[in-house]
Design a protein around this ligand. Structure first.
Ligand SMILES: [Zn+2]
Length: 71
């Protein structure tokens, strides 16, 4: 499991600069979200955020990335 403090610029596996934020919950569609989805900046993670669910993922190779817990 890959844990990062911040959203990385590049995918640590494939090197693509295609890291998207995973948004959980019912999305409220608006122009900003539609643009983010179309651009691959945001992906929808489903209605329920599970424990240990990844915060980001690579949209190139689907590598999940986890946010380091705040201490
Ligand atoms: Zn990747």
């Amino acid at each position: 499991m890959l844990v990062k403090k911040r959203k990385p610029k590049r995918c640590p596996r494939c090197g693509a600069e295609r890291i998207a934020r995973i948004q959980y919950g019912m999305p409220i569609m608006n122009e900003q979200l539609e643009a983010d989805l179309a651009a691959g900046r945001v992906v929808l993670g489903g209605c329920c955020e599970e424990i240990d669910a990844p915060a980001w993922c690579c949209t190139s190779c689907a590598l999940p990335l986890h946010r380091a817990p705040k201490l």
